[in-house]
Write a protein that binds this ligand. Structure first.
Ligand SMILES: [Zn+2]
Length: 393
């Protein structure tokens, strides 16, 4: 290398560092909250220890640290048929126990928060703050008493439905794809009672997975800001799990937050279309043959392996994920959007967002698009912190 080349190299290095440095400092200093991760119902129930880096899956304590995550909602999920003979509630507590065991093994790195003070304390102590998010109202088994019990254990949010409708409310899947199967549409009287009780106790009402009728009924019933813990934008990718413009405006009016889901099929409509085609043909044959030991986490993995050749080339980019964030910001401002990755709950992710170490790339892309530091801090976690503060005691 001659002198000129040396100088050019030095200049390129300094420029790269100048660009990289503020992003990483901004990312580290911001409170990063992810409102949806399915590691409990996937790896942990199978007895995997995620205290240290594991090869499979998207998450473990080492990788959360690397990704700069401060607060993680752990999704507690069970299918429409319970795993345990005792029922759905037992399924839920079993998953929460697996989280508590992980915390017992890692008291210096992980802590459970049941209120806003504990969230703030955990962040100050530089631990990963774990919160519990119930995914599916069926887990309280139509019993307000069980809602209170699970609140005492630590439930931070509850989606009123998963893909299955419940005695509380109709789901997005049923309202859209199986309307004839519905016994009721929207929020039932019991559902309204539960939403009010959630408000009183300090459990966030999560409207991801709910049908549009349920969504509007719940917004009319709740007195607190709502959360959509893992949903993206319908106008960019029109699938039943995403939210329409009028819903986004309603969330903004309510003071809530929509946390963008990274799943490839909720980000890009070409991916969604091909995936739906497979779902109806060869995918259906696979599902039918696996029915007696159906498990969404395992099925995701089988699905990924079988269809990688066809679906990998269609995976969206991480910039497309940021397009969803951008869309919400342009529609209603930067106070109502957050991140709800769905890591460890989905079969295909966008290129570049392969696991929980990759969140800094979102920050980088927001910086590249000219977002201010204050906007980025809100999107990464500030908005969800506001909703937690408004709901939690
Ligand atoms: Zn979900």
């Amino acid at each position: 290398m001659n002198m000129k080349n040396n100088l050019l190299f030095l200049f390129a290095l300094v420029t790269a560092l100048a660009q990289a440095q503020p992003v990483s400092k901004l990312h580290r200093k911001a409170i990063l909250v992810d409102t949806h991760n399915d590691i409990l119902s996937s790896a942990m129930l199978e007895g995997k220890d995620i205290s240290h880096r594991i090869k499979e899956g998207h998450s473990d304590l080492d990788r959360w640290k690397e990704g700069g995550v401060d607060v993680q909602f752990f999704s507690v999920w069970t299918d429409k048929v319970p795993r345990n003979k005792e029922g759905f509630y037992k399924d839920a507590t079993q998953e929460i126990d697996s989280l508590k065991l992980l915390i017992l093994k890692n008291p210096d790195r992980l802590t459970l928060a049941r209120n806003y003070k504990e969230v703030k304390r955990g962040i100050r102590q530089e631990k990963l703050v774990a919160l519990i998010g119930l995914e599916g109202g069926h887990m309280i088994e139509n019993d307000p008493g069980k809602l209170e019990e699970i609140f005492k254990i630590g439930a931070g949010y509850m989606t009123l439905t998963w893909n299955n409708s419940t005695a509380l409310a109709s789901s997005a899947m049923d309202e859209t794809l199986h309307p004839d199967s519905l016994k009721h549409k929207g929020l039932t009287d019991l559902g309204k009672q539960i939403v009010r009780r959630m408000n009183e106790l300090g459990i966030i009402v999560d409207l991801s997975h709910t049908g549009e009728q349920t969504f509007y009924d719940a917004i009319a019933t709740t007195t607190k800001p709502v959360l959509l813990s893992h949903s993206s934008v319908w106008n960019i990718c029109p699938v039943f799990r995403n939210v329409k413009d009028e819903q986004i405006k309603a969330v903004a009016k309510n003071g809530g937050v929509i946390c963008v889901n990274f799943y490839a099929g909720f980000i890009d409509s070409n991916f969604a279309k091909r995936s739906e085609e497979l779902e109806g043909t060869r995918g259906k044959a696979i599902k039918d043959s696996l029915q007696q030991f159906y498990d969404a986490a395992k099925l995701n993995e089988i699905w990924r392996q079988r269809f990688a050749a066809e679906l990998d080339p269609l995976r969206p980019t991480l910039a497309q994920v940021v397009d969803h964030i951008d869309y919400i910001v342009k529609l209603v401002g930067d106070d109502y959007v957050g991140i709800g990755s769905d890591f460890d709950g989905v079969s295909f992710l966008p290129v570049g967002l392969d696991d929980v170490t990759t969140y800094p790339k979102i920050t980088q892309e927001l910086v590249r698009r000219g977002y201010t530091k204050s906007s980025i801090r809100k999107i990464l976690g500030g908005n969800v912190m506001r909703v937690m503060k408004a709901n939690f005691k």
